[in-house]
Unconditional design. Structure first.
Length: 154
């Protein structure tokens, strides 16, 4: 039980770093999603959505983080890594996560409309584990407030 509690605390601390990345995205007018990749208890990549900035529909936080982590480690497989992302990955990102062989995925808020668990539940690496709902309220609030403000300003 103590080990589970310790893991939960560690997950919350690392998710807070992903939330900080989401804040950076928000300030840049991007959909506020942030991601960090951790390897051996060390953050090796931080990223946030850049789809507007780069005019690239594939520039999701997870994709940016995977590229940065692979560059940092000098290889395309991230088998000893954990991805923390503020929102459940979409099928495109989940596919990339699967190809990168990331062993653990931790997300904050579910994405009921376009999350991978609904559309592509088998796309991750077979040994990958998924933990959802870490700092869920903070992650959900960021998204809801962003889209509420966007609808208001049309």
């Amino acid at each position: 039980m103590a080990q589970e509690e310790e893991q939960r605390k560690k997950d919350e601390q690392l998710m807070a770093k992903a939330v900080a990345e989401a804040q950076i995205a928000l300030e840049a007018g991007e959909v506020p999603i942030g991601a960090v990749i951790v390897c051996n208890d060390r953050v090796i990549a931080r990223a946030h959505n850049l789809t507007e900035t780069l005019c690239d529909v594939t520039a999701h936080a997870e994709m940016q983080a995977i590229t940065a982590a692979a560059n940092m480690l000098g290889g395309k497989y991230l088998t000893d890594c954990t991805l923390y992302v503020t929102v459940e990955p979409c099928p495109m990102c989940a596919g990339a996560i699967g190809w990168a062989q990331i062993k653990r995925i931790v997300y904050g808020a579910r994405d009921e409309k376009s999350g991978f668990e609904k559309y592509a539940p088998g796309v991750l690496h077979p040994k990958a584990t998924v933990t959802g709902g870490v700092l869920e309220e903070e992650c959900k609030d960021l998204m809801q407030n962003f889209f509420k403000a966007r609808r208001k300003h049309g």
